[in-house]
Design a protein around this ligand. Sequence first.
Ligand SMILES: *Cc1c(COP(=O)(O)O)cnc(C)c1O
Length: 368
Amino acid sequence: MPKAQETILEIDLKSLKHNFEFLRSKVQKETKIMGVVKAFAYGSDADEISLFLQKLNIDYFAVAYAKEGVALRKAGVTKPILVLHPQATNFQLIIDNCLEPSLYNIKIFNEFVALTSKAKQVNYPIHIKFNTGLNRLGFSEHDIEYLISKLSTNSSIKVKSIFSHLAASEDLDEKDFTLNQIKSFKHLSNLFIAKLDYKPMLHICNTSGILNYPEAHFDMVRTGIGLYGFGNSKKENIHFKPISTLKTIISQIHTIEKGKSVGYNRAFKSESLVKTATLPIGHADGIGRQYGNGKGFVMINGQPAPIIGNVCMDMIMVNISQIDCKEGDEVIVFGPKHTAEQLAETANTISYELITSISQRVKRSYLK
Ligand SMILES: *Cc1c(COP(=O)(O)O)cnc(C)c1O
């Protein structure tokens, strides 16, 4: 691996392939896999990641918003793309780019049907989302009759899948709750399908669902975090390889005498002679202020260097008193060994938040 010369997010496509193949080994051959590439593929790079997964013959993609799907089409993604949380104002964009909306309430359903009817579409693929306990988005049982009546009199749309989302698939203490969600999903989809003359696909599992609830894979599974190398538990993590390494370098080294301070608001005051390194990465790059003041740490030449003082917009200062290093040396903020999950834990958050926060200012590079 080349040494970093600036802040860079290095993405290892071989690890992505490993994760994809591991997940594929966990589902039946006929079960489809949807790669969730919302939020720049969880902060990595949606275009590169999606094109690579497309080459590996993934079945489907999902994004959160229409704009993300349009970007994928521009990049050359030809596989179907589900838009998980579309807004009516983007419906024309959705149709123009052959994206497939998730419809989750009567209002948005009717708005979409009005547009597909007006545009004289036939069998435009839509996905029906049911709420089974997350209480975020989704139809409930009492909407089914209305949906079926609309579907039976309107051929401009066709239900490609029926799906739901688990609230706590990673938490085995909530197993009863999750099993109830799965049961409720079966009940709702049976009611729905009984009144259709065709059979849409069913899906409910995210990454932790794939691993913890093999009986609930149905026709397709949706994986996000697993592709990027995290399994939501220590037990699962051993099967995955984090695909991204966030690297930076030492811009400058200072020797701080006892009683002097470092950074804004003088948040760090030295109680003895300390050596600090200033790194070109800050909260505008995705390392939030919650990592400052001794909470988070980076790795320099294999040794942990705690972040001291307040995180600045473009820089952090770390304590290197115990580390043999020099200006220009490479710094690992997180990677396969010092993982994003471990760093996230120091600030009481989760890998999802840390990796999706790495801003677009940070250059991406690829190991192929
Ligand atoms: C983000 C998301 C996923 C992916 O979840 P992971 O835990 O990252 O695998 C799946 N389904 C829906 C509806 C989502 O919003």
